[in-house]
Design a protein around this ligand. Structure first.
Ligand SMILES: Nc1ncnc2c1ncn2[C@@H]1O[C@H](COP(=O)(O)OP(=O)(O)O)[C@@H](O)[C@H]1O
Ligand SMILES: [Mg+2]
Length: 431
């Protein structure tokens, strides 16, 4: 019994130990299991997280892609993407409507469907320059689905997709521009013809005017000389038969005839100047002024005018004869427009401004109000009466026209009562 008890206890113990061990194993096992499950769980969690992130990134990429694709599709420019063999990979809506194809037709189209037959070599050479330069712009005639050709400007560049080079191009229909260019060309041709015709007409009108001016100078001056001569003859040969009024009339005829003669000569000088083309030469202002002083010497002496010249004067690009005319008019004005009884004082000097020579003729005469500074350069504009200051009103018009013909300018600075400073500006010699 005891034994049995011992035995049975032992059995119980054994069972207990076994159970204990099993429990331990189970615990061990469940710990392992737990760890495994934990690792699994972690893996799942990590995987889920990465997947989530990946998903998010993917959807962002998709979103961006869609955004750019929408941009591409809705662009107002017709855009295509093709490979280097000319195979179309993608096109946008605008390009489809430009060519009149639907999408699948367009993708299937070959270059010979889209480019006019005569232009294929041009397209190939454009592709070649695109490959060598990376970008190119060219004009080419393209063809719509209905066969209708249209002129286009293609601006193409290259970029790589997955390491493979593709061409992206923008096509612009330039029919309008071409039409405008054509119109412009036609218009220009027409205009050129018109100008040539008008130039011919003007040239012949000029010739007519020239011969008219020539006959004016001869035919008008002859009767004038007769009037002046006979009026003088009256004064000399019939003096005792004429009373003072009769003599006065005869003198007036003489002076009117003389005035008209001067007027005709001035007009002739002006009209000659308006016509002849002037080739600028190197001209010495010193020698021009010498000639002018010689011309006016008797007038200068008569009124005892004082003329100071700041020599040496520079050389300019101009025309000698025209410059003599110009300076003679400026100097004769400078010694004419003084208060009665005042001895004229004139100063002539030159200065260089920005490689241009400005020649000044400065007097201490009656001066000119500012509102007339432009007007006096127009033909026949005079500010004084003929009795006080005789003249024709052509002199300053000759000055202005003469300077224009030589590529120069003329002007005046003046204050009434303080004198006038007339200037002419020309290019310096050699510039
Ligand atoms: N140096 C000057 N001083 C004052 N007035 C002048 C001077 N030069 C020209 N003018 C004014 O400009 C006008 C036009 O000059 P111009 O064409 O030479 O004609 P004209 O000498 O025959 O009167 C003159 O009538 C005069 O009123
Ligand atoms: Mg004058």
């Amino acid at each position: 019994m005891l034994n049995r008890n011992i035995l049975s206890r032992t059995r119980v113990e054994v069972i207990f130990v076994q159970l204990q061990q099993k429990k331990m194993r189970d615990e061990e096992k469940s710990k392992e299991q737990l760890l495994k499950e934990l690792i699994d769980l972690r893996r799942t969690v990590v995987t889920n997280d990465t997947e989530h992130r990946l998903r998010e990134e993917y959807s962002k990429v998709k979103e961006n892609e869609q955004k750019y694709y929408n941009l591409f599709q809705s662009s107002n420019d017709a855009i295509f993407i093709q490979d280097l063999n000319g195979r179309i990979l993608d096109v946008n809506q605008k390009l489809l409507s430009l060519f009149g194809y639907d999408r699948s037709e367009m993708i299937a189209a070959s270059m010979s469907d889209l480019v006019s037959a005569t232009e294929e070599s041009k397209y190939r050479s454009a592709l070649e320059s695109l490959v060598s330069d990376g970008a190119t712009i060219f004009e080419i005639d393209l063809r719509r689905k209905n066969g209708e050709p249209f002129p286009a400007e293609v601006s193409a560049s290259m970029f790589a997709v997955n390491g493979e080079k593709v061409v992206q191009g923008i096509v612009r229909n330039i029919s309008e521009r071409k039409r405008a260019e054509e119109e412009f060309r036609k218009y220009r041709k027409h205009l050129e013809a018109f100008v040539a015709q008008r130039t011919d007409q003007l040239e012949s009108a000029n010739k007519e005017l020239e011969s008219f001016a020539y006959s004016v100078s001869h035919d008008l001056r002859a009767p004038l000389r007769a009037m002046e001569g006979f009026a003088n003859a009256l004064l000399e040969d019939y003096a005792e038969k004429l009373d003072e009024t009769g003599k006065d009339y005869a003198r007036r005829v003489v002076s009117a005839a003389q005035h008209m003669d001067i007027l005709i000569q001035d007009l002739l000088a002006y009209s000659r100047l308006s016509r002849s083309a002037l080739k600028p030469n190197e001209v010495s202002l010193d020698s021009v002024l010498g000639e002018v002083m010689h011309q006016l010497s008797s007038d200068i002496q008569k009124i005892d005018a004082q003329i100071r010249v700041e020599r040496p004067l520079p050389e300019v690009m101009g025309d000698h004869a025209t410059l003599v005319q110009v300076l003679s008019n400026l100097l004769s004005n400078a010694i004419k427009f003084v208060e009665p009884g005042v001895k004229p004082k004139v100063n002539i000097r030159a200065e260089v401004v920005n490689n241009r020579v400005r020649l000044w003729v400065e007097d201490a005469g009656i001066g000119i109000a500012p509102e007339y500074h432009d007007r006096i350069f127009r033909i026949f504009e005079r500010l004084q009466g003929m009795e006080t200051y005789p003249g024709t009103g052509v002199g300053l018009a000759i000055v202005k026209k003469g300077l224009e013909r030589m590529g120069g300018k003329a002007g005046v600075e003046s204050v009434p009562g303080e004198g006038s400073k007339f200037w002419v500006e020309l290019r310096m010699r050699g510039l």
